[in-house]
Ligand binder design. Sequence first.
Ligand SMILES: [Zn+2]
Ligand SMILES: [Zn+2]
Length: 277
Amino acid sequence: MAAIDIVLLGTGSPIPDANRAGPSTLVRAGSCTFLVDAGRGVLLRMAGAGVAAGQLTATLLTHLHSDHLTDLNDVITTRWITSFAPSPLMLVGPPGARQVVDGILGSLASDISYRLAHHEDLTWEPAVDVTELDEGVAYDDGSVRVVAAPSDHRPVRPTLAYRVEHDDHAVVLAGDTVPCEGVDRLALGADVLVSTVIRDDLLRSVGIQRLVDVCDYHSTVEQAADTAKRAGVATLVLTHCVPPIPPGNEDEWRAIAASVFDGEIVVANDLDRVIAG
Ligand SMILES: [Zn+2]
Ligand SMILES: [Zn+2]
């Protein structure tokens, strides 16, 4: 049975971190390569994973928070400038994604004109095929299927979680969310749940309101572990940890998740790989 391959490209958050790129995850299934979100440094980490921008089947955006799409411009530009024939980037995201892409392409107008003028064999502009979804099938080639469902990251809305299915295996990317019906539905019976998490005990103890606000719309480690337990997944991957985990403290976060969920727990670092199947 063919497996699904996950590479945690960027495990950081909006807080700049010397060792963690911004949120982005690579999922390879069958002949497909999906990029889920495109945070800070995504192409550096894709290079680390041995994947070029031109190899992406589709980019899937969970939501339109800046930390999840800061380097989408790099994905679009690099795919374009390294291609030798038109290869539109397929992009799926919540309503509003098209406006973001149009804005990025607008900001690249000068760059596009320079390169078109300079390279005689480059005769097409970068193109992005955007599909805006509230939920439903995001991709289906008969062998690999991607299904989206609403997550709950309010007041940010709409937001999406994704389930990638291939050959009796399934991986769920919850994105930024609190526990909710949509993520529960996607995660049920999946092999792997990738969840962004926070420690509300630590964030509240700092006493800075902007950090306390972060607790409103993210799952705590315990909540993510509880979602994993309810869904019966084999592996829970914790990423986008806020506050950032000081090196060597991963076991503390893993122990909190293990107090709720007795499956495999991965506290992800950049370029960690997890196999479903
Ligand atoms: Zn967010
Ligand atoms: Zn985020």
